[in-house]
Design a protein. Structure first.
Length: 384
């Protein structure tokens, strides 16, 4: 069922993309020239192909930032990579699986959920396009970023267009309201994250007590990363009218998963096995939790506190005597956050089948959180 739902989403995305890129309307992108499609009827249509349809197709069609479960013998239905959806988990949990009671009555809900799943995926693609510009990332998981291929102006335009197109596609008012909240949360978290590149915010964080620094990080991570988990689930439960008590349980679980995921992202900068050549590159700002944990012993003779950045921050952190202990503690915290979140969600699962579906969905990244902790315990990280 996980695989068939994932395939359904991919089919729906293909239809959405075709509607957004003028497919079948006598226009084509440059890539279409090799496929025998008709030539543009005018200069205007040719420009649309280059400046709108091509970057939209690259943004939505890319698998970058969209982790898949590697094909294994234990994976559902075979050898292809599996990209399950939290939106479809919610539908299966609250409306059941094929052949169950109430299947016909759930048809309208399935249509709303299918639209929500497409909207969520497209919003995530828009976030990738915009975040890569803000972060100055020319590559994402080895693939050129959208702005590296099409330029910053077109990438900005594409990300903005995808947001509006996704909200229009969702259609259901309750789902649109949910998605709007998610967009606002994500942009707020990104603003706080970006602010840690400024000398003023860095100075404030260096001067703040540890408890305030951790609270700062948790607020930022819950918005910036937690929203990536919260958005698909909240959109789905909005479509399905899930009762408020269970929505609060799911909200808390998604917050915990977001914090666990951000801890994983922060920690991997110190573990080349996970970060690869990108290890030890995240020293341009103070949003990394590891940095914030170690600031109590920041060098006093550094001049302005806001100068603790770049090479100076790297030297301070990598040479810190408490680095290994901090990495181990935070990795264990990530494992515990993930465990608590999964236990909370299992408490609202309607069946064992639904619980297994959720486990498969989360373990795309959950198993990496566990593996990172095990790697650090064995002393294989560079910070060890």
């Amino acid at each position: 069922m996980v695989r068939s739902d994932a395939a359904l989403l991919e089919d729906d995305l293909a239809v959405f993309l075709a509607s957004l890129t003028g497919a079948g309307k006598g226009t084509r992108t440059e890539a279409g020239a090799e496929s025998g499609e008709s030539a543009p009827a005018s200069v205007y249509e040719a420009v649309l192909g280059r400046s709108l349809y091509a970057p939209v197709a690259d943004a939505v069609g890319s698998k970058v930032g969209q982790q898949a479960l590697a094909p294994t013998a234990a994976a559902p239905a075979g050898r292809a990579p599996l990209r399950p959806s939290m939106v479809f988990w919610a539908y299966r949990n609250y409306r059941g699986f094929p052949g169950g009671a109430g299947e016909e009555a759930a048809a309208a809900d399935l249509a709303a959920v299918r639209r929500a799943a497409v909207a969520v995926r497209v919003l995530l693609k828009a976030a990738v396009a915009l975040d890569d510009i803000q972060d100055g990332s020319g590559l994402r998981y080895g693939e050129p970023a959208l702005h590296a291929t099409h330029g910053i102006p077109l990438a900005l335009n594409t990300g903005s267009l995808l947001i509006t197109a996704a909200l229009e596609h969702a259609a259901e008012p309750a789902v649109v309201r949910s998605l709007l909240r998610s967009v606002g949360r994500g942009l707020t978290g990104q603003a706080v994250d970006v602010s840690t590149r400024t000398a003023l915010t860095r100075a404030e964080l260096v001067a703040a007590p540890r408890a305030e620094r951790v609270a700062f990080w948790e607020s930022m991570a819950a918005l910036k990363t937690g929203t990536l988990f919260w958005m698909p689930l909240d959109a789905a439960v909005a479509a399905l009218g899930v009762v408020e008590d269970e929505r609060r349980v799911l909200d808390g679980a998604m917050r915990d998963l977001g914090l666990a995921s951000q801890l994983f992202n922060d920690l991997t900068d110190f573990v080349p096995e996970f970060a690869g050549r990108a290890a030890h590159e995240d020293f341009g700002q103070l949003s990394n939790r590891v940095f914030l944990e170690l600031l109590d012993s920041a060098p006093s003779g550094q001049g302005a506190p806001g100068e603790l950045v770049g090479a100076r921050l790297k030297e301070f952190v990598l040479g810190h005597p408490d680095l290994r202990e901090t990495l181990l503690r935070l990795a264990a915290e990530a494992v515990e956050l993930k465990r608590a979140a999964m236990e909370a969600v299992r408490g609202v699962c309607r069946s064992e089948r639904s619980a297994r579906y959720f486990d498969v969905t989360i373990e795309r990244k959950g198993h990496l959180i566990d593996r990172l902790h095990a790697t650090l315990l064995k002393g294989e990280g560079e910070g060890a």
